[in-house]
Design a protein around this ligand. Structure first.
Ligand code: IPE
Ligand code: IPE
Ligand code: MG
Length: 245
């Protein structure tokens, strides 16, 4: 049986370059990017992936030209409204991760509504990272823990990795198994820093709007060939999978 990742994380990069290559303004690339995401959501669900976490807007992306940031916010709002029906039909549960406090009230409301409306769905979980940064995530977890120390419910010398992990953005879900980045850059750009400690990395030059079912399947196929050792030696991994049947 082919090994399918339980949780796939994607840095959806390359919208701007795709638009430029096709003689359009950058925001056209972002619009096409939404279409690519729609397809990937469907094909992730069909492939047996349980969780899909995508990087839509980083904590650093506010530094882009004001016009681009504005258009991205408009697109977010529109996509949240337009996609709900489709998500419902596909039994997808939507979650937003990141610091929402910087978004407009309208957008924050739409985010909460989309989450509420899809909360009872039992299929694929799609997490959209918006104003997200891996360092922000770790920092907010540390802040929670510091408060608990101050209140006396946690002893500093009793703090373990599990304490911190339990206070991260999606502590109730498993860590990513496969981390995909499109658009050719080979960096994490502050995405799921803690949670990707043992994710298999997959980089492709394909620009996000051109990332299709075949590309997604290629990433899954590459994942299936990887031996995940988690610090063990290869023979230990082979014998443990043999005993697991
Ligand atoms: C990713 O595509 C989308 C966002 C960061 C919002 P880019 O906009 O970074 O596209 P390139 O990297 O400039 O081509
Ligand atoms: C990462 O892409 C963020 C998203 C895809 C949302 P960027 O295009 O912002 O990353 P850098 O700036 O090239 O590292
Ligand atoms: Mg980019």
């Amino acid at each position: 049986m082919v090994k399918v990742p339980n949780h796939v994380a994607i840095v959806m990069d390359g919208n701007g370059r795709w638009a430029q290559q096709h003689g359009h303004k950058r925001h056209v690339g972002h619009k096409e990017g939404v279409k690519a995401l729609r397809k990937v959501v469907e094909c992730a669900a069909k492939s047996g992936v349980k969780i899909l976490t995508v990087f839509a807007f980083s904590s650093e992306n506010w530094r882009r030209p004001r016009e681009e940031v504005g258009l991205l916010m408009d697109l977010f709002l529109l996509a949240l409204k337009q996609e709900i029906k489709r998500l419902q039909r596909n039994n997808v549960r939507l979650r937003i991760i990141g610091d929402r406090s910087r978004f407009s009230t309208d957008l924050q409301k739409s985010m909460a509504k989309a989450e509420e409306d899809t909360a009872a769905n039992t299929g694929l979980v799609v997490q959209v990272a918006a104003n997200y940064g891996g360092r922000w995530d770790i920092t907010q977890a540390v802040r929670k823990l510091a408060l608990e120390v101050q209140e006396g419910s946690v002893q500093p010398d009793a703090i373990t990795e599990e304490h911190l992990a339990a206070r991260l953005s999606f502590s109730d879900l498993a860590d990513p198994d496969l981390f995909i980045r499109t658009g050719g850059e080979k960096r994490l750009s502050n995405f799921l820093l803690w949670q990707s400690a043992y994710a298999e990395l997959y980089f492709t030059d394909v620009l996000w709007p051109a990332f299709d079912v075949a590309e997604f399947d290629a990433a899954l196929a590459a994942y299936a060939t990887r031996q995940r050792r988690f610090g063990l030696v290869g023979e230990q991994v082979v014998s443990s999978t043999e005993t697991a049947g």
